[in-house]
Design a protein around this ligand. Structure first.
Ligand SMILES: O=C(O)CC1=CCC(=O)O1
Length: 269
């Protein structure tokens, strides 16, 4: 199965491997992306881990459902998906809003979460004005209207070359997302502040950021990391907002080392 109704929408998901025999890592995506962004990390992890990926509501092949969304909608979807596949005590690796979903899940459902990998994220991303402006632009002109400015934050100049087919492909992924689902998720981001959840995070965690992230820059993620008890902080060179695409090998190494340390009973720092 790769589609399931959870809460009030049908979600698209993919389970690789058996969570009963291999530790499960769940990957949660950024705004405007679907689960294909994790491919080059997943192919390096399968065999040692089971892997669950999914398209959050309003993205990829998941339904849009009623809009706008709240962060709780996204957190409850992931909780329901984990219950559906019978998984508990999982590693959650989330990028950007996916990292906020991971924080929200660890806070509201600690029974489901063993540890979190928080990539290019924070407790609060952006402000009311910037999200409202983006929602208005998408409502008026579709995702195409904001695509180039988003891609500048997602990727380093070295990646953003017209002759790079990967860059062209991920531009297509972005512009083919549902404009309604995208704007609804911008509203969830605008209204979410997980500062209190981050301060009381009890599961092991690591914060990671690309050194050229134009959306959640290293200084923001470093400040965020300081608010989380006992976390660890890593900067990935040569990556923007989506290190799973630009530096999958390095990201995989960090995730693998962190998961190994957690499983051995250690804590970061
Ligand atoms: O689109 C961006 O600016 C990057 C981003 C912010 C939150 C998210 O999920 O992606």
């Amino acid at each position: 199965m790769q589609f399931a109704r959870v809460n009030d929408v049908v979600l698209h998901y993919q389970m690789i491997g058996d969570p009963n025999t291999k530790p499960l890592i769940v990957f949660a995506n950024a705004l405007g992306t679907d689960f294909r962004i994790w491919r080059d990390v997943i192919i390096r992890l399968v065999g040692d881990f089971s892997v669950l990926t999914y398209d959050k509501r309003g993205h990829g092949l998941s339904e849009t459902g009623p809009t706008p969304y709240t962060m709780d909608n996204h957190v409850e979807d992931l909780a329901a998906l984990l219950e559906l596949v019978g998984a508990r005590q999982v590693f959650v690796c989330g990028v950007s809003i996916g990292g906020m979903i991971a924080q929200g899940l660890a806070s509201s459902r600690p029974d489901l979460v063993r540890a979190v990998v928080l990539c290019d994220t924070a407790a609060k991303i952006g402000d009311d004005a910037s999200w409202n402006q983006r929602i208005e632009a998408v409502n008026a002109g579709g995702i195409e209207a904001i695509a180039d400015s988003v891609l500048e934050k997602w990727f380093t100049p070295a990646f953003r070359k017209p002759d790079n087919p990967e860059f062209a492909g991920y531009r297509t992924m972005l512009t083919r997302q549902s404009a309604e689902g995208y704007a609804a998720t911008c509203a969830a981001l605008r209204d979410a502040d997980l500062t209190d959840a981050a301060k009381t995070l009890t599961v092991p965690s690591i914060c990671i950021v690309g050194d050229e992230d134009g959306s959640t820059p290293p200084s923001l993620v470093a400040d965020f990391a300081k608010t989380i008890p006992n976390t660890h902080f890593e900067v990935i060179k040569g990556a923007g907002h989506l290190p799973s695409i630009e530096q999958p090998e390095r990201l995989t190494d960090i995730v693998r080392a962190f998961a190994g340390m957690v499983r051995a009973g250690g804590r970061p720092n």
